[in-house]
Design a protein around this ligand. Structure first.
Ligand code: UDP
Length: 354
C-alpha cells in the first residue's frame, strides 16, 4: 500500500506528523510531497525539524502569487509526481490551495482520495478555505471527519447518496497536542511566565480588510495596557500592518515553532485568534478563547461556551476577554475523539486497500 501525502502549510505539517507515524506503524509506505506554500523557514523547516515528519521526497517550492496561479502551478507539478509515483491512495489535509490541487490531480488520474478534516463548513463562500474544502470533499472517496457536526454537514449536502466512505475519526490536532505537550518549550524571546493573552491573527478576511484589521489591532493594543498580549506575528499580517501604517503595541514575537506554540497555549490566561487550529488548541489546554471571526467551523466550542465569536468588533473583543480571562474551560466531553484520530485514519487507509 503506497500513500502519497500532500502538505504545504503549517497546520498540515502538524496534522501529517501524527498520521505519518501511524501509517508507518501499520507498515504502509508513504511519499510526502511538500508544495512549498509556506516557505518561511519559521513556518516550514522548523516543523519538519521538530515534528519528526519524514523528509518530503518532493519539494515543489510553489508559493506566492494569486490563488489561480498558485493552485494551477501546484496542479501541474502534483500530477507529474503522481504519474511517476503511482500511489494507491492520495491523502490531503484541511482546506488550503495545496489540498485542492492535490484533490484535483488525484481525481483526474482516478486515484482514490482521502480527505482529513472532511465535512467542515463555515458557510462563508468568501473564505478561500471554504471553497477549497467543499470542492475537496466533492472529489474524495474517503471522507475522514473530525466531529459529528462535520458528518451532519455532509449528510445535509446529500453525501449519504454518494458511493463514498464517510467516517467520524476525531481530530488529529488533538492527537498532536496530546503527543507533543510534554515536549513544549518556552520561546526564547518571551519573558512573561504566565496568564498573558496569546493572540494570533492571520486570516485573509481580517488581514485583507483594513477596517477589520485596524479594529482588531486597536483592541489588542488597548488590552495590552492592562494584560500583556503576546502575539506571534504571521508574515501576512506583518505585511498588512506595514502597508496600512498601523501601530501594533503588544509583545510581538516571530512565528513560533509548534513546541513553542504549545508552551504559549499552556501558560496563557486566554487566547484571541482567527485561526481554526488555535481555537481547538485553546480548548485542549483548558483555556478560554475569543475568536475574531464571524463564523467558525468548530461550532461545538461555541455551543459549549468554550469559545465566543466577536467578528472584528473591538469593544466586544475587549469585553469578552475581560469576562473570560483566566477561567478554566472544562474539556470533560470528548468532542474531538480523545487523541485516537491518527490511529483510526491509518487503520481505515489499510482496510481501503482491498
Ligand atoms: N502555530 C504555530 N506557530 C505559530 C502560530 C501557530 O505553531 O506561530 C500552530 C498552531 O498552534 C496550530 C497551527 O499552527 O497548531 C495553526 O495554524 P494556522 O493558524 O496557520 O492555521 P489554521 O488552523 O487557521 O488553518
Amino acid at each position: 500500500m503506497k500513500i502519497l501525502t500532500i502538505v504545504g502549510a503549517r497546520p498540515q505539517f502538524i496534522k501529517a506528523s501524527v498520521v505519518s507515524a501511524a501509517i508507518q506503524q501499520k507498515g504502509m509506505s508513504e511519499v510526502i510531497v511538500h508544495t512549498g506554500q509556506h516557505f518561511d523557514s519559521n513556518m516550514s523547516d522548523i516543523f519538519f525539524g521538530q515534528l519528526g515528519i519524514p523528509e518530503p521526497q518532493y519539494n515543489l517550492n510553489i508559493s506566492g502569487g494569486s490563488h489561480g496561479a498558485m493552485t494551477g502551478a501546484m496542479l501541474t507539478e502534483i500530477e507529474r509526481v503522481m504519474l511517476m509515483e503511482k500511489p494507491d491512495q492520495v491523502l490531503v489535509y484541511g482546506d488550503t490551495n495545496s489540498t485542492l490541487a492535490g484533490a484535483l490531480a488525484a481525481s483526474k488520474l482516478h486515484i482514490s482520495l482521502a480527505h482529513v478534516e472532511a465535512g467542515l463548513r463555515s458557510y462563508n463562500m468568501k473564505m478561500p478555505e471554504e471553497i477549497n474544502r467543499i470542492l475537496t470533499d466533492q472529489l474524495s472517496n474517503i471522507l475522514l471527519c473530525p466531529t459529528s457536526q462535520a458528518i451532519e454537514n455532509l449528510r445535509s449536502e446529500g453525501f449519504d447518496n454518494k458511493n463514498v466512505q464517510i467516517h467520524q475519526v476525531g481530530d488529529v490536532m488533538q492527537d498532536s497536542a496530546l503527543f507533543y505537550a510534554e515536549r513544549s518549550t518556552k520561546p526564547e524571546s518571551v519573558s512573561i511566565e504566565e496568564r498573558f493573552i496569546l493572540a494570533t491573527i492571520h486570516r485573509a478576511e481580517n488581514t485583507d480588510d483594513p477596517d477589520r484589521l485596524k479594529s482588531i489591532i486597536d483592541a489588542l493594543n488597548q488590552l495590552h495596557t492592562f494584560i500583556p498580549v503576546i502575539m506571534p506575528l504571521h508574515p501576512r499580517t506583518e505585511a498588512a500592518i506595514k502597508a496600512l501604517d498601523l501601530v501594533l503595541n503588544v509583545e510581538v514575537i516571530p512565528p513560533q515553532g509548534y513546541l513553542e506554540m504549545l508552551w504559549l497555549l499552556d501558560h496563557c490566561g486566554i487566547v484571541v485568534t482567527d485561526s481554526g487550529g488555535v481555537q481547538k488548541e485553546a480548548f485542549f489546554f483548558n483555556k478560554p478563547c475569543v475568536t475574531a471571526r464571524d463564523q467558525t467551523e468548530w461550532v461545538e466550542l461555541i455551543d459549549t461556551d468554550a469559545n465566543v465569536l466577536v467578528g472584528a468588533d473591538g469593544n466586544k473583543l475587549i469585553n469578552e476577554v475581560k469576562a473570560r480571562y483566566s477561567q478554566r474551560v472544562n474539556d470533560a466531553n470528548e468532542l474531538y475523539g480523545g487523541g485516537k484520530a491518527s490511529q483510526r485514519i491509518a487503520q481505515l487507509l489499510l482496510e481501503s486497500n482491498v
